[in-house]
Design a protein around this ligand. Structure first.
Ligand code: SF4
Ligand code: SF4
Length: 403
């Protein structure tokens, strides 16, 4: 009897037939020991949302992100032949620093400041996630010695991480299109391990994914400055500040420049206004604290003049090991020019004169995108100066028959 049981177990393993729920719980524990806040196992299935994704692409909402059309994105079995399960891990990155709205109110000195999306303040999250995901994949090798293959992805492969996270029971997809967890909010990175091992999914066949708790709330839709959330649960990436400041090469369409405000890399607004992030827990991973280069320069509310005046060489040096490399030097300077054009500079102040000089120099750049953005910013600064002339510098138009 005993030997039969052993043989059966061995056959099961050899054929990579489903490991027990106990193994899934073990994986979750290992993931927690590695610092992940959430972990679950999703089956490898064609979820109904894939059809919605097709429609989304057909509407052109993906903009220039051609890689999203990769058919592997809709069929993960093509990503890793023989894959049976997806282990999904979430690592929170929220730090104790204030949100952009609160931070703007406190006002830092040294000229106008920009906003970098919270996730990009520290060390490149791809690296932080990879280290942990690969460590988890290593423990799988030790625990399951039968031949198998596992591959880790940290926002790097043709994988719809959010979808797998939903079906692994980690949360629901909110109206802002992000994965939300009732206790943790949405400030987390998602990473996955595709494996040829088959584990019991975290949700049993009859269990539904976590309920959508957005209810009647629509704060994210109402707060989005560019109207990128075109309807609940649907984002037109072409209008999203994250796309415009990071993914888009070339010039930012003029219609969005004012709405971009102070954002120089990404945008946190639809997460900051979400009630589930009101008491979002803070990470213990020091890697996600903002990089501090000197007493003046940091990635938390960076000085716009510092960013706009940065040389390509300095960019390479400062952003080595940072997710911000993605926007490239010319993209970051372009964004800083736009944010400077949106800064309300006092007419005739030393600050205004300094910035006009800087933008004047950038307007001569051989980089067309930089030169054009700098010229736009100069135009905005002179419009603002005219407005201040009209209002006597108070910022409010004098009362008249029309107001
Ligand atoms: Fe809108 Fe910003 Fe959210 Fe993009 S990230 S959808 S621009 S609020
Ligand atoms: Fe959902 Fe409201 Fe959060 Fe938007 S702000 S994701 S509607 S809970």
């Amino acid at each position: 009897m005993f030997s039969l049981a052993l043989a059966t177990l061995s056959d099961l393993r050899h054929n990579q037939i489903m490991n027990s729920g106990g193994e899934t719980a073990w994986i979750t524990e290992r993931a927690q020991a590695l610092g992940f806040s959430l972990c679950g196992v999703a089956p490898l299935e064609r979820f109904p949302e894939y059809a919605e994704f097709e429609t989304w692409l057909e509407r052109g909402y993906g903009g220039a992100m051609g890689y999203l059309a990769n058919p592997k994105r809709r069929d993960p079995a093509q990503v890793l032949a023989g894959a049976r399960s997806v282990i999904v891990c979430a690592l929170k990155y929220n730090t104790a620093h204030p949100y952009s709205g609160e931070a703007a109110a406190t006002g830092k000195g040294g000229g106008p400041h920009g906003w970098i999306s919270r996730y990009a303040w520290g060390r490149d999250y791809h690296e932080v996630l990879w280290e942990r995901l690969n460590a988890l994949a290593e423990t799988l090798k030790e625990r399951f010695p039968e031949p198998h293959e596992s591959r880790a992805y940290a926002d790097t492969g043709p994988i719809a991480e959010r979808l797998f996270a939903k079906y692994a029971g980690l949360g629901w997809l909110g109206k802002n299109t992000l994965l939300l967890n009732a206790e943790m909010g949405s400030w987390f990175f998602l990473g996955v391990i595709l494996t040829t091992l088959e584990f019991s999914p975290s949700l049993a066949r009859h269990e539904m994914p976590p309920a959508d708790l957005c209810g009647k709330c629509r704060r994210c839709l109402d707060a989005c400055p560019t109207g990128a959330l075109v309807e609940p649960y649907v984002m037109d990436a072409r209008r999203c500040i994250s796309y415009l400041t990071i993914e888009l090469r070339g010039s930012v369409p003029e219609e969005f420049r004012e709405a971009i405000g102070e954002n120089v890399y990404g945008c946190d607004i639809c997460q900051e206004v979400c009630p589930y992030n009101r008491k979002a827990p803070v990470t213990r991973v020091p890697d996600f604290e903002p990089r501090q280069f000197s007493s003046e320069e940091s990635l938390f509310q960076p000085r716009l003049e510092w960013l706009a005046g940065m040389s390509e060489e300095e960019f390479r040096e400062k952003f080595r090991g940072s997710a911000m490399k993605r926007t490239k030097w010319r993209g970051l300077v372009r964004n800083a020019c736009i944010a400077l054009g949106n800064a309300k500079l006092e007419r005739g102040s030393a600050e205004q004169l300094r910035i006009v000089q800087l933008l004047g120099r950038l307007a001569q750049s051989s980089e067309i995108v930089i030169a054009e953005s700098a010229r736009w910013a100069l135009g905005r600064i002179s419009l603002e100066a005219e407005r201040q002339d009209l209002t006597g510098g108070s910022g409010a138009l004098p009362r008249g028959p029309l107001n």
